[in-house]
Design a protein around this ligand. Structure first.
Ligand SMILES: Cc1cc2nc3c(=O)[nH]c(=O)nc-3n(C[C@H](O)[C@H](O)[C@H](O)COP(=O)(O)O)c2cc1C
Length: 165
């Protein structure tokens, strides 16, 4: 194993973090004017069953951050194998991210109709996380589509693995 000491090469650190496989989510919410906001995020992690808590980490510079903070609500949409296009879309700028794909409304929160799973959350805690925030969400409602399979993200690329569940 190669080791590194500070100051770290950010690219190497990113590569090391990126060897941990994750799923891919779209985090959505509403701004105070009712506009929809959202971003692609792979920092989603389950935290607690009782109470039902999860976390995700928005960048301090994410355009959705002020809206999510103001409303104290967000939805996590876990993507299925067909989700690469929506993931790419929600990481792009200067376009209406919601203009494509079918969205349904969960008490004001936009939820992707074809998500593998979705969690509507209230903001339970908002912690310092360096150049990101650590948002802990309390799950108020969730849905799960057992027939769909999850999109994965590993080494900076989307991965499709058929595991049948
Ligand atoms: C696979 C993937 C995972 C990402 N995960 C995160 C994340 O966990 N947190 C975050 O703030 N941005 C994440 N991003 C970056 C945002 O989706 C991207 O910066 C997006 O443009 C949101 O920022 P903006 O609304 O300010 O443009 C990720 C992007 C990709 C493609």
């Amino acid at each position: 194993m190669q080791t590194a000491a500070p100051p770290f090469d950010p690219r190497l650190l990113r590569d090391a973090f990126g060897c941990f496989a994750t799923g891919v989510t779209i985090v959505t919410g509403r701004d105070p004017d009712g506009g929809r906001v959202g971003l692609t995020a792979n920092s989603f992690t389950s935290v607690s069953l009782d109470p039902p808590l999860l976390l995700f980490c928005p960048s301090n510079t994410a355009s959705a951050l002020p809206a999510l903070r103001a409303s104290r609500r967000f939805a996590i949409n876990v993507l299925d194998l067909d989700g690469e296009a929506v993931a790419q879309r929600f990481a792009m700028r200067n376009l209406d991210r919601f203009a494509e794909h079918d969205w349904i409304d969960w008490d004001g929160l936009p939820v992707l109709a074809k998500a593998k799973a979705a969690f509507a959350c209230s903001l339970h805690a908002d912690h310092d996380g360096g150049d990101h925030r650590i948002f802990v969400g309390k799950v108020e409602r969730f849905g799960l589509a057992p027939e769909r399979e999850s999109l994965l993200y590993l080494h900076g690329r989307y991965r499709r693995v058929h595991v049948g569940g």
